[in-house]
Design a protein around this ligand. Structure first.
Ligand SMILES: Nc1ncnc2c1ncn2[C@@H]1O[C@H](COP(=O)(O)OP(=O)(O)OP(=O)(O)O)[C@@H](O)[C@H]1O
Ligand SMILES: Nc1nc2c(ncn2[C@@H]2O[C@H](COP(=O)(O)O)[C@@H](O)[C@H]2O)c(=O)[nH]1
Length: 216
C-alpha cells in the first residue's frame, strides 16, 4: 500500500459556537485563509445582511417563505430560531464536502450543534468559544459596529443562555488573544484529523505491515 492511501480519512465536521461577538467568524475566516483542506458551511438565514456581507459567501439571505419551503423539503441538516431570526445549514454542500475528503467548519449555535450531534456524532468536533469577560464581549459587539444598539442589547441579554451550554462541547477556548486562540484551534484540528476512527486507510496499512513482519 502506498503512503498516499494512508492519508485518506473521513472529514471532520468542526463546529464553533459562542455567545454573539466572542470571535467565531474571525477564527473561521483565519482558518479558511490558512488551511486549504477545510471549507465553510454557508448557512441560510432570514436576517438582513450586515454592511459588507455577501449573499452566498457569508450567508444565503432568504425570505421566511423560502426558509419554510427548505424546512418542508428537508433541505437543512439542522435549523433553529436565533435572536428572532431563522438560521439553517443546507444539507447538500456539507455532504459534497465530506464526500470529496474535505473538512467543514460550522458557525452555529448550541441548538444546531445538538441536532448535528444526533445525526453525525462520530464526525463532529465541538468547540465552544468564551470571551475573557462580559465587558469584553460587549466591547467587541459594539466595536464591530454592524448592529444597532437594540440588537447589541438583545444579544448581550442572551449571552448567559448561550454560555450555559459550554459543557456540551468537546473543547472550550477562552478567546483572549486571537492569535493564541487560533493556534489552539489549529492544534485541535490537527489532532482530530489523526484520530484512528477517521483514518480509513489505516487498518489495511497495519495489516500489510503485520503480514510482512510475520514473513521475516
Ligand atoms: N481575541 C479578540 N480580541 C479582540 N477583539 C476580537 C477578538 N476576537 C474577535 N474580535 C473582534 O470582536 C468582534 C466580534 O467578532 P466576531 O464577529 O468574529 O464574533 P462572532 O462570534 O462571529 O459573533 P456573532 O455570533 O455575532 O456572529 C469583531 O470586531 C472581531 O474583530
Ligand atoms: N443553529 C444555527 N445557528 C446558526 C446558523 N448560522 C448562524 N448561526 C448562529 O446564529 C447566531 C447569530 O449569527 P449572526 O451571523 O446573525 O451574528 C450565531 O450564534 C451563529 O453561530 C445555522 O445555520 N444554524
Amino acid at each position: 500500500m502506498s503512503l498516499k492511501n494512508l492519508e485518506k480519512r473521513r472529514g471532520v465536521m468542526l463546529v464553533l459556537s459562542s455567545p454573539s461577538g466572542a470571535g467565531k467568524t474571525t477564527l473561521t475566516r483565519r482558518l479558511l485563509e490558512n488551511d486549504p483542506q477545510i471549507v465553510s458551511s454557508v448557512s441560510a438565514t432570514t436576517r438582513e445582511a450586515r454592511p459588507g456581507e455577501v449573499h452566498g459567501k457569508d450567508y444565503f439571505f432568504i425570505s421566511h417563505d423560502r426558509f419554510k419551503d427548505m424546512v418542508d423539503n428537508s433541505e437543512f441538516l439542522e435549523h433553529a430560531n436565533v435572536f428572532d431570526n431563522r438560521y439553517g445549514t443546507p444539507r447538500g454542500p456539507v455532504m459534497e464536502a465530506l464526500k470529496s475528503g474535505k473538512d467543514i467548519i460550522f458557525d452555529i449555535d448550541w441548538q444546531g450543534t445538538q441536532q448535528l450531534a444526533e445525526s453525525a456524532a462520530d464526525d463532529l468536533v465541538r468547540v465552544f468559544i468564551l470571551p475573557p469577560s462580559i465587558g469584553d464581549l460587549e466591547k467587541r459587539l459594539r466595536s464591530r459596529a454592524q448592529d444597532s444598539d437594540a440588537v447589541v442589547e438583545k444579544r448581550m441579554a442572551r449571552s448567559a443562555d448561550e454560555i450555559s451550554h459550554w459543557s456540551e462541547y468537546d473543547y472550550v477556548l477562552v478567546n483572549d488573544n486571537v492569535d493564541a486562540t487560533f493556534q489552539k484551534l489549529v492544534h485541535i484540528l490537527e489532532a482530530e484529523r489523526l484520530k484512528r476512527r477517521r483514518r480509513i486507510g489505516l487498518s489495511d496499512f497495519a495489516r500489510e505491515l503485520m503480514e510482512e513482519g510475520r514473513k521475516r
